[in-house]
Design a protein around this ligand. Structure first.
Ligand code: PMP
Length: 290
């Protein structure tokens, strides 16, 4: 397996970063999780734009132009002969000393890993997920805005640990004042009165690329859509619920905190969106040839 590491393609065992890299010492960096479907990198430009926005938000200057970053992603996929892949793109502050001072880090580290995609089991899509509400609150937007896809994922990991201990796959994270923000690695949507509703990202959620794609898709299909602040009670009484993310795509939720949603079955609008989503992954992105 070849890894792109700061300008070069290197073998997996040679793809190493320094223990002085601030990405490792302080989680000081940004990343993206991207997918390619049949030689098409889905919404690659949107992912690259979000990566650069995240970097700008933490005052990290990515040492290459967006167009070159796109080329580097494609080059790595080709080097590994991957038609369908999960792509992890990481930019760290780089090697510094043991202090926090980012000025000591002279050159950001950029790496791209492309690997086979490991999907959720089929049953999750057929039967839906049971999830919980985490006690761990989502980071305050004024402390570390969840819009920044930073390497600092401890907030999410703590909630994920709660999910695992409860025997579930995912956990809903609420804001400090108990509004629904998102899940640990996915955005959340409800269907209520035939309308699609999701919290605004300003509440404290990532601007999910799949979230955007689903909103556009719903609008194309004539499904009403609204961004609205939601409380957990709105979820308990929703007609349908689903999560969105690059790896998960659209996955139905049928139980929250042991309360059944839609009688414990994935809903019709969710199923329709799941079906239609497949077609948009065939056309929206950057193509490559192997
Ligand atoms: N929220 C969080 C916290 C995430 O990490 C992710 C990505 N895994 C998402 C939402 C979904 O974003 P996207 O659709 O861009 O993958």
């Amino acid at each position: 397996m070849k890894i792109y590491l700061s300008g070069k393609l290197v073998d997996k065992d040679k793809a190493v970063v320094s223990v002085f890299d601030h990405g490792l010492l302080y989680g000081d960096g940004v990343f993206e999780g991207i997918r390619s479907y049949n030689c098409l990198v889905f919404k690659l430009k949107d992912h690259i734009d979000r990566l650069y926005r995240s970097a700008e938000a933490i005052e990290l200057k990515i040492p290459m132009a967006k167009a070159d970053m796109i080329k580097a992603v494609v080059k790595t996929l080709k080097a590994n002969g991957l038609k369908d892949a999960y792509i992890r793109l990481v930019v760290t502050r780089g090697v510094g000393d043991l202090g926090l001072d980012p000025r000591k880090c002279k050159a950001p580290t950029v790496f791209i890993i492309t690997d086979k995609i490991s999907l959720y089991p089929k049953e999750f899509y057929r039967d839906g997920l049971a999830i919980i509400t985490a006690k761990t609150k989502r980071n305050l937007t004024t402390a570390l805005d969840p819009k920044i896809k930073s390497l600092n994922y401890l907030n999410n990991i703590l909630a994920k640990i709660e999910a695992i201990k409860a025997g579930t796959q995912e956990a809903i994270m609420l804001t400090y004042n108990d509004y629904v923000a998102e899940c640990t690695g996915d955005n959340i949507f409800i269907i209520s009165g035939k309308k699609l509703i999701t919290p605004p990202v300003d509440v404290g959620a990532l601007e999910g690329i799949t979230r955007d794609a689903v909103i556009t898709l719903a609008q194309m299909l004539g499904i009403g859509f609204e961004e609205k602040m939601l409380k957990i009670e709105d979820l308990y009484t929703a007609d349908e619920i689903f999560l969105t993310g690059t790896a998960a795509e659209i996955v139905p939720v049928v139980m929250i905190d042991k309360r059944r949603i839609n009688g414990g079955k994935p809903g019709d609008i969710t199923k329709r969106l799941m079906e239609e989503f497949k077609s948009i992954t065939k056309t929206n992105g950057v193509k490559y040839e192997l």
